[in-house]
Structures are given as C-alpha cells and as structure tokens.
Design a protein around this ligand. Structure first.
Ligand code: FAD
Length: 303
C-alpha cells in the first residue's frame, strides 16, 4: 500500500514527487515514456523563474531532483483507477497497485487532424510543435493550421524563418488575441486563408502539399508546402477516472484551489485541470499543493 501514487512525470508530477518524498510519504511515480512531459517540446524556456534554457534540460533537472527523494518509479501508463476504501490503479501491463491517495498529473494530448497523410507524414514534414520544429524550415514554404494563439503565434514564428507561411483556419474570425492577429495580417510572408479545412497531406517520403477545402463551396485547393504545422488544440482523457472526477465543457478536470477533485484523496494538477494558462511553472506549483494535500490526508485522515 503506497501513501501516494502520482500519475505522470511532467512538471506537475515530478514536483509532487519531490514534495511527497520530502514528507517521507511512501510514493510511487507512474509515468508513460515522455518523462519531463510537454515541457520537453520547447528549446527555449524564458519564463521559468531562475532558469533560462531548453525545456528538456529543465525537465532533466526536475527528474534528477525527484529521484533523489526516493519515489519508486514505474515506467508504464495507468489505464484505470478505482476507488473503494483505497485506490486501485491498473497499469497497461495488467499489474495493480494500491494507494491511499492519488495525484493525477498526466497532462493532455494534442488533438488530431484525422485526415489522410497525418500518420504517414508525422515527423516527415508534419509537426505539432512549431516552437520545436520551425528552425527546420528555413527558407521553406509552410502551412500552419488553427485559429488560436498557438497557431497565430506559430505563424509569426515561422515567418521569421520560412520563405512563406499559409495560416489556414476553419472559421472567419480567430480565437487568438486581436493584437496577435493584427501582427499576422501585417506580416508580408503570411497568407491567411479562412473558412478552409485541411483534407489531406500528400508527398512521397516527405510532405509536398496540403490539400484544403472551402467549407462553403467545397472547392479544393492544393498548397505546395514543405512543412505542415498542426496547432488545433488539446484533449484531456478522463476515462481512467470515470465517476471519480467532474469535468468542464472541454473535458478538463475540475479542482478547487487546493487541487482536490470531487473524490476524497484524489488530487489533480497541471495541464489536465480546468485551471487556465497551461504553463510549466503553474503545473509545478499545483504539483506541490497536491502533494502537501495528500500528506495532510495521509497524516490527519481528512482534507
Ligand atoms: C511547444 C510548447 C512550448 C511550451 N513552452 C512553454 C514555455 O516556454 N513556458 C512554460 O511555462 N510552459 C510552456 N509550455 C507548456 C508546458 O509545457 C506545460 O504547461 C507543462 O508541460 C504541463 O505540465 P504537466 O506536468 O501538467 O503535464 P505534461 O507535461 O503533459 O506531463 C504529463 C506526463 O504524464 C505522462 N502520462 C500521460 N498519460 C499517462 C498515463 N496514462 N499514465 C501515466 N503517465 C502518463 C506523460 O508521459 C508525461 O510524463 C509549452 C508547451 C508546448 C507544447
């Protein structure tokens, strides 16, 4: 029986592991293959207090520090969590673990385009991380799909590197901040194409073109591009905690200011919660709160 099981080893889970370890809780940290989480996607962190540098380097520091505080680490994914008197976690290898408290810190997943060519060209000209992969497209023609801040900021970032950037959005208006959209409109390298959806990515070994379709006329157009960036948002998976948490309209886990979910002893922190501003420092802060609340529950018996 563990005092606390932490699910996920991004900024939130690793910080929770440091705090739980320092409180001498019997801790297990279960994580999928991406140790360090989404922060690994960026090579340029400039807003983490006390640190400026690459995301993977920062997360390596988190990981090394977490390991020194004695959490048992299991590299596997959690498929299901049940709650009776305690929590029972079922891993994808079928093994089951028992814990008095659970901290959910497994982040969220990028939404897929679900079009032909997406799987074939992922990593071969199709990227879901503008920040990471824009430098690969120096003087190349690119397209970026989406209408939020990530897409429009991504288009501006690409325009500094690529020779041309198509910004393809399915609606007329953008969700991104007006001021950012204005900058994109003024940037000569960016061509904004609204009311169009992507229907296929084509090429041979690498991306050669993106086929888009006018949502009104259904007329298709082929953009000859070397790279496609998908910036269309994220999904939070909550099937593993079905019945144990409440979610908002976009499926994020609802928590109070102390990271409590609606189940006693079950905490959630970081990007998978409804708290806006998904950032490394915010996830880390929430991970600390969750571990301290788990400690309070284990020692005092209630929150
Ligand atoms: C391109 C990009 C650039 C960014 N730049 C910045 C920046 O400059 N500054 C900043 O502050 N933030 C930045 N962010 C945001 C930041 O990366 C996230 O807010 C942060 O990673 C969230 O941390 P997390 O621990 O909540 O989740 P994640 O980092 O998503 O970590 C989730 C962890 O859970 C594991 N996991 C997933 N499913 C399971 C499962 N079923 N069982 C067990 N483990 C599981 C994963 O392997 C991973 O280890 C950026 C994000 C991206 C994508």
């Amino acid at each position: 029986m563990y005092d606390v099981a932490i699910v996920g080893a991004g900024a939130a889970g690793l910080t929770a592991a440091i705090y739980a370890g320092r409180k001498k809780l019997k801790t297990v940290l279960i994580t999928g293959p991406n140790i360090g989480g989404e922060t690994n996607s960026t090579n340029d962190i400039r807003n983490y207090p006390g640190y400026e540098g690459s995301g993977p380097e920062l997360m390596k520091k988190f990981w090394e520090q977490a390991k020194t505080w004695g959490a048992e680490v299991i590299e596997d994914t959690v498929g299901n969590i049940k709650h009776t008197k305690h929590f029972t976690l079922t891993l994808s290898n079928g093994k089951q673990l028992e814990a008095k408290t659970v901290i959910l810190a497994y982040g969220r997943e990028r939404r897929k385009l679900n079009i032909p060519g997406e799987n074939k060209f992922f990593g071969r000209g199709l990227s879901t991380c503008t920040t990471c992969d824009a430098p690969l497209f120096s003087n190349k023609i690119t397209a970026i799909i989406g209408g939020g801040n990530s897409a429009v900021e991504g288009a501006l970032e690409l325009a500094r590197i690529a020779s041309k950037v198509y910004l393809v959005h399915r609606r007329e208006g953008f969700r991104a901040d007006e001021v950012t959209v204005d900058l994109a409109r003024k940037e000569p390298k960016i061509e904004i194409i609204t009311n169009h959806v992507p229907v296929e990515i084509t090429g041979e070994k690498f991306v050669r073109s993106l086929v888009i379709e006018d949502i009104n006329t259904k007329k298709q157009r082929t953009l000859d591009v070397n790279g496609v960036f998908s910036e269309i948002g994220w999904e939070t998976h909550t099937a593993m905690v079905a019945g144990l948490v409440d979610t908002n309209v976009v499926g994020e886990i609802l928590v109070n200011e102390l990271t409590h979910t609606r189940t006693l002893g079950l905490y959630a922190c970081g990007d998978l919660t409804h708290i806006p501003h998904k950032q490394t420092v915010i996830s880390a802060g929430m991970g600390a709160v969750a571990a301290l609340e788990a400690y309070r529950f284990v020692t005092v018996g209630k929150n």
